[in-house]
Design a binder for this molecule. Structure first.
Ligand code: IMP
Length: 176
């Protein structure tokens, strides 16, 4: 794993600027309202923690654990819930924070699951989207960066569990 070649793709500065921009947009949209911010584990934990620090509203934190890649580089298309929300979100403004939308299957699953709990509103935020990889229609309210259909790691995103701790996003060039 240590001899994989990483090509920098989105810098730490670009990520931090985008997080500020998204935080400001959400603060404006929900001015004076409370928000339940849902972190989709594991991949969005770093984006989520930066994003909520840029939201000026009263925020409570919820965590939704799902897995669909099972460690590889192609989506299995099957969403497995590893951790459900700890509290009801009925009548709340929910902001769902995802790391990346690839086929769109995970985001659609999450949206349906949250909508079934009858929130006051549901707003979706994805740091990255791969429009060419979408297999199902998946509408998003906020997208940080649209990227090509390439596998990326860092800033929470992993390859076989590794690279989540990078401060930037990189492409892995030589898979084994
Ligand atoms: P989807 O259901 O195919 O949209 O996949 C969404 C999930 O797959 C994300 O939450 C990520 O965990 C993972 N994923 C998709 N693309 C990548 C990638 O390029 N790098 C790392 N993980 C990815």
């Amino acid at each position: 794993m240590t001899n994989l070649t990483l090509k920098p793709y989105i810098t730490e500065e670009q990520l931090q600027a985008k997080v500020k921009e998204l935080g400001a947009a959400l603060s404006k949209k929900f001015k004076g309202e409370k928000i339940v911010a849902v972190c989709v584990l594991k991949g969005s934990f770093m984006f989520y923690s930066d994003l909520i620090r840029n939201i000026e509203n009263d925020v409570t934190c919820e965590f939704f654990g799902v897995s669909s890649y099972h460690g590889g580089t192609t989506s299995s298309g099957e969403v497995k819930v590893t951790l459900d929300l700890a509290s009801p979100v009925e009548n709340c403004h929910v902001v769902l924070v995802e790391d990346i939308v690839d086929t769109g299957l995970t985001m659609n699953y999450l949206k349906n699951s949250i909508l079934s709990r009858k929130p006051k509103s549901l707003t979706t935020v994805a740091l990255l989207e791969k429009p060419e990889a979408l297999k199902v229609k998946c509408e998003l309210d906020y997208v940080g960066f649209k990227i090509k259909n390439e596998f990326v790691v860092g800033y929470g995103l992993d390859y076989q569990g590794y690279y989540r701790n990078l401060k930037y996003i990189a492409q892995v060039q030589n898979f084994q």
